[in-house]
Design a protein around this ligand. Structure first.
Ligand SMILES: Cc1cc2nc3c(=O)[nH]c(=O)nc-3n(C[C@H](O)[C@H](O)[C@H](O)COP(=O)(O)O)c2cc1C
Length: 336
């Protein structure tokens, strides 16, 4: 199905400011079949100094494979050159963000604005495809507004040589309101000449498998669901392969996450900052546990990395099991 092999057909969705190299590596460790970087500016890649912000965003660990690097931009020239540069880092594929609804991005003509003119997008994609020798994918929304045109986008993208397309089942106009339209994703998948990865609102491993089967998509992508349920891919892997599932401990999750951050941070100052930034992950992991709200408040009041991780270990070791899982509206904004 894919040009690279997937152990399980569930991907971690790209999320800006979240799917950093250590978190992607963590999710691969816990069963995500594939990972994608956050959106990286094509112009930034062209103009940043070597070893600057763009290079940091393009960096990944070998354990993350299969991995895609996602680029965004609006003009052929910078996208082609950025894709060529990103390909020198040897990811497994390059993904173009055609779904970002954020005003700063779309007013320039990038992200979901690229989908307003499927023919022009097709030309951009075929130029990128010709310039690289690894697979090219795109991530889209169902359309710009209620006049959804994903069928047309898929046709032009397939003609341009795109290998697969991830579809977040909302229009750009919807932002994060309402729910992802999986019936429409199913229609797209049924007619598409290339694989369609379904995305939007998956909250559990059971839900992921159910959606895959009901809407007949070869794979699904999970974003926010993986933050409150860090073992969602591991559970999905067990369900998909019909194997018994044993939930890893949260203590192990914390130690693995901390180790992966330390291994990716080269400088003690960066390490300290990254370990501190991990508060948001710890807060998400605590979701659904009794006392999680008070725990989060004290977590964010703490600024010393070591104490933060100690607090997290204490919180999780004193838990028996999560009673419930928080569901419903969560992180209602993002770049795709
Ligand atoms: C905080 C945040 C950041 C995001 N950043 C990106 C991004 O960089 N690139 C992208 O294609 N999609 C991005 N997205 C969209 C997600 O990949 C996904 O399509 C969306 O969250 C719906 O899936 P979910 O309901 O499983 O989270 C982002 C979403 C969120 C919540």
């Amino acid at each position: 199905m894919m040009l690279f092999s997937l152990k399980t057909p569930a991907f971690l969705a790209p999320m800006a400011g979240i799917t950093s190299s250590p978190f992607r590596r963590l999710m691969r460790h816990y069963g995500s079949g594939c990972v994608v970087s956050e959106l990286i500016s094509a112009k930034g890649i062209m103009y940043d100094k070597e070893g600057g912000r763009s290079d940091a965003l393009l960096a990944f660990h070998e354990d993350e494979r299969p991995l895609g690097l996602q680029l965004f931009g609006e003009d052929i020239d910078s996208l082609v050159r950025a894709a060529q540069y990103a390909a020198t880092k040897k990811p497994d594929f390059i993904d173009i963000n055609c779904g970002c609804p954020v005003a700063k991005v779309v007013t320039k003509g990038a992200g979901s604005a690229l989908c307003r003119d499927p023919r022009a997008l097709g030309i951009i994609l075929s130029q990128i495809k010709k310039a690289i020798s690894i697979p090219l994918s795109i991530k889209i929304r169902t359309g710009w507004d209620e006049n959804r045109n994903a069928h047309e986008i898929i046709k032009y993208a397939a003609d341009a040589g795109v290998s697969f397309i991830a579809v977040h089942g909302r229009t750009r106009a919807q932002g994060y309101q309402g729910s992802a339209d999986w019936d429409y994703i199913g229609e797209l998948a049924a007619k598409s000449p290339i694989p369609i990865i379904g995305n939007g609102d998956i909250e559990s491993a059971q839900d992921a498998l159910h959606k895959m089967h009901t809407y007949n998509v070869p794979a699904v992508m999970i974003g926010r669901g993986a933050l409150r349920r860090p073992f969602i891919f591991k559970e999905f892997e067990a369900l998909y392969h019909n194997k018994p599932y044993e939930q890893p401990s949260y203590e192990e999750l914390l130690s693995t996450h901390a180790r992966m951050i330390e291994e990716s941070s080269t400088h003690p100052k960066t390490r300290g900052r990254d370990l501190l930034a991990a508060r948001k992950f710890i807060a998400w992991y605590s979701s659904g546990f009794p006392g999680c709200h008070a725990f989060r408040a004290s977590l964010f009041a703490e600024t010393e990395p070591k104490r933060i991780w100690d607090m997290a270990h204490t919180f999780f070791t004193t838990q028996k099991s999560p009673l419930t899982h928080e569901e419903g509206p969560f992180l209602m904004g993002g770049h795709g």
